[in-house]
Design a protein around this ligand. Sequence first.
Ligand SMILES: [Zn+2]
Length: 294
Amino acid sequence: MAKLVRAISDMGGVVLSVIDSTDIVKRMEEIHQTSAVVSAALGRMLTASQLMASTLKHVDDSITLRIKADGPIGLITVGCDGRGNCKGFVENNIVEVPLKAPGKLDVGAAVGKNGYLYVVKDIGLKEPYIGSIPLESGEIAEDITAYYAYSEQIPTVCALGVLVNPDLSIKRAGGYLLQLLPGATEEEITMLENNIQNVPSITAFFEQDKTVYDVIETVLDGFNPNMLDEGEVSYHCDCNRDRVEKALISIGIKDLEMLRDEEEQIEMGCQYCDAKYYFSKEDLDKMIKSLKKA
Ligand SMILES: [Zn+2]
């Protein structure tokens, strides 16, 4: 299971969320059979969604992140709820772009630089909160940092990383989100800047047998951090037959009749997970009758 921990500095000016998201990105790769650079892009997005969801107040709150840009991946969508269930998908799961440097996947080139990051927060109000910013780099961590700076006015440092093995399996994934609350002092900021240098890459840090707790100790060194919460989080899709049936019904009587007459069986796959749902001619008949009655 992936692990997420949150800590706050003793003086209360700094909050840090850290995640080892290796198992989440592994599950994602299993479902979507992504190429290396897509694993990195979607893996970073899923990792970011968990870190951002860790700042939500209630378990029923949720956050959705979308990037729509001009890169070959196309639309990227991820979601995460306050319980730590995340899921996601991309328009094109197989994309190849030249490496940025030996061993360095070029996520920015795959995502694209001209486009937007959209953040939708559903916190139980009548309307969800929607924020958007033009992409900084398409490397995702910088875009999340920019989102917090411009849309929420919260000084933030975001780090995200996904290491992909040559056989395309996922070696490591993780990230952290460091946020300054009102009251953080100049000295604290300087100290944090120095501490961050000691974790130049989160995945390389984990590769040295370090844990999420070591990240907290290193980044919040000198801040006497107190744990806010810690728990296991995962890739989990909450789709079910009812919801898929509703989506199918929404295409309308005409198209349902056409499907019923032309197909022996309808297969509906969930975009987020590998679940498949099957509907027979009789099932379609029932849906058509229920629509005609309504
Ligand atoms: Zn699903």
